[in-house]
Design a protein around this ligand. Structure first.
Ligand code: SF4
Length: 309
């Protein structure tokens, strides 16, 4: 019997949209980030070490070569024939429009590629870039993934994000106006934040109607400023169970329209300092779904729907 899922899963959404599996292919386009190169700040966000999610990932291959390389593997393993190209590491709109056009169009020209997912910061897009991506969105499946991390400006300052919550809202609204889908990336667990703020963020993301959401527990990754702070003065981190229960409450407050791309992060063992839950994301989500079903709850159950206003 097929399981009923208590939240809107990305894989179901893609199947509804395309009728079959669409595989994401991650590429590295050699970008950097204004929060690291001195334009905004040096050193980057206090928790960031890009190596933790893509160790040794710097590619010497062109974008199309990287896509062809992954396509071959995915076609054999999953019988895939449609692909979304994911520009992941660093800020993938942080360059001239001409350069971006070249990279994105090289990806879209590869047979089977139906769209792009572009990870970036809210302050790395402008009207011209959004207009261009809006044009692409008429023909392709285009998502911009914006790092939000927190809706509290004081907290954003503390993590050295270099942008405000208002920057995020503006970028999301401007993207939607052009038919571009959005994905919000949010971290739950900074020790100076609290549950009230996190649940309020679910209300805000519902109000903004972000298309997708990626949730992530706070990881302390080696080689980061946060790791130095943690080692000098350890602070409490959520247990797996506490995080699971928080995510359930978060999902209850979130609009049922928001599609969930991810609920938990996995860092590489060699770079992770804490917390060490030692759980695969698929096991985490299975446990979370079981708990939601046991509680007879579901995404949006407590959403303070703005449609009702
Ligand atoms: S998390 Fe993103 S914005 Fe922050 S330093 Fe790392 S790459 Fe830059």
């Amino acid at each position: 019997m097929e399981m009923i899922h208590p939240y809107r899963r990305y894989s179901d959404y893609m199947k509804e949209l395309y009728g079959k599996r669409v595989q994401k292919i991650t590429v590295d386009a050699g970008f950097t980030c204004p929060n690291r190169d001195g334009t905004k700040a040096y050193g980057g966000c206090i928790y960031c070490n890009n190596e933790s999610f893509a160790p040794g990932h710097k590619s010497t291959l062109s974008i199309s070569e990287q896509i062809h390389f992954h396509k071959k593997k995915l076609a054999t393993r999953y019988n895939a024939s449609q692909y979304l190209v994911y520009f992941q590491a660093y800020s993938n709109t942080y360059s001239s429009l001409e350069h971006l056009k070249k990279l994105y169009e090289e990806a879209l020209a590869v047979p089977g590629v139906v769209g792009l997912s572009i990870g970036t910061r809210a302050d790395c897009v402008d009207q011209a870039k959004l207009d261009y991506l809006g044009e692409l969105a008429q023909k392709y499946d285009i998502t911009i993934e914006y790092g939000l991390e927190s809706m509290d400006n004081e907290s954003l300052k503390r993590m050295n994000r270099g942008h405000s919550y208002q920057d995020f809202c503006f970028a999301v609204e401007q993207s939607h106006q052009r038919g571009i889908k959005t994905c919000a990336h949010l971290i739950l667990g900074f020790p100076w934040e609290n549950k009230e703020l996190w649940l309020k963020t679910a209300d805000e993301l519902s109000r903004l109607k972000v298309t997708f959401l990626k949730l992530h527990q706070l990881h302390i990754v080696k080689g980061t400023v946060l790791a130095e702070q943690y080692l000098a003065q350890p602070f409490p981190l959520m247990t797996q169970m506490e995080y699971r229960d928080l995510v359930i409450e978060f999902l209850e407050r979130l609009s049922s329209e928001v599609v969930i791309q991810r609920l938990v992060g996995e860092a590489h063992a060699q770079t992770l300092l804490a917390p060490n839950w030692n759980v695969r994301s698929s096991d985490f989500t299975e446990d979370l779904e079981r708990q939601m079903l046991a509680l007879s709850t579901y995404q949006g159950r407590l959403c303070q729907s703005i449609e009702a206003v």
